[in-house]
Write a protein that binds this ligand. Structure first.
Ligand SMILES: C[S@@+](CC[C@H](N)C(=O)[O-])C[C@H]1O[C@@H](n2cnc3c(N)ncnc32)[C@H](O)[C@@H]1O
Length: 232
């Protein structure tokens, strides 16, 4: 991911990064090597503490603050950051709220607010239309929850006495719709084999990822001459 960001993001002087939903700081440590200053924010106080411990265990990383806070109410002034990283987090934002979609939209608006005018948001999330996720939701493991309207999935989970389905993930079009409310320039990539280990980033131009993307990426994982950002 860091290689991708270094390639795609034009780094300004005094480059400030927000790792939103940083967890215990796994990717924060890698990002802190690159950013001039970095804030790692997480809703969970224990995670924020663990992140602080992980950062202090690395020599010379004095440029990082690990804080507790919510993505939907960011405790920062307008235009505070050059880049916000939201990796595997959007689907957790608002997941126990009555209207998860609304809370996610608020969080995206908050991110746009704290970004400087030429700032970037890097976000990664599961694709709702990936066949395996249509059958079984990757977070709740509810059957067919992503194949039906959200209201029905929530109603069915309540009727079967389980927590209401709230980990909303999106198709290409669904995510684009949410982001365009706050961002004007959006680029999509298919990270392979998964966004947790993005060895190849396939530009997914104007549509859902195609089967041919997977084939090209699979071939290139075995070894090919193209740099990762040219595959597509
Ligand atoms: C799956 S982890 C991702 C951790 C990290 N970004 C990574 O890629 O390794 C999701 C994290 O988001 C945090 N989170 C969930 N809802 C949040 C919210 N509304 N605001 C801030 N953080 C949140 C969780 O506490 C958890 O640490």
């Amino acid at each position: 991911m860091l290689g991708f960001l270094k390639h795609e993001v034009r780094k300004s002087r005094n480059f400030r990064l927000l790792d939103l939903g940083a967890g215990e700081g796994g990717i924060t440590i890698a990002l802190s090597e690159w950013a001039d200053s970095l804030c790692a924010l997480d809703k969970d106080a224990e995670n924020a503490k663990a992140c602080g411990r992980a950062i202090s265990a690395v020599d010379g990383r004095l440029n990082v603050d690990c804080l507790r806070g919510l993505g939907e109410a960011l405790p920062f002034r307008d235009e505070s950051f050059d880049l916000v990283v939201l990796n595997g987090v959007l689907e957790w934002i608002g997941s126990i709220a009555n209207d998860p979609y609304k809370v996610q939209r608020i969080a995206i608006g908050e991110i746009a607010r704290v970004l400087r005018p030429a700032g970037y948001l890097y976000t990664a999330i599961e694709n709702r239309l990936f066949p395996g996720f249509l059958i079984l939701d990757p977070h709740t493991h509810y059957l067919l929850a992503n194949a039906m309207p959200r209201g029905l999935a929530r109603l069915l989970s309540k009727l079967t006495k389980r927590p209401p389905f709230g980990n909303f993930i999106y198709s290409y079009w669904g995510l684009r719709k949410m982001l365009t409310a706050s961002f004007s320039k959006i680029r999509f990539y298919l990270p392979l084999p998964h966004y947790h280990i993005p060895i190849r980033m396939i530009p997914a131009a104007q549509s859902e990822p195609q089967p041919s993307h997977y084939w090209t990426a699979w071939s290139c994982l075995q070894g090919c001459d193209l740099p990762w950002h040219m595959i597509g």
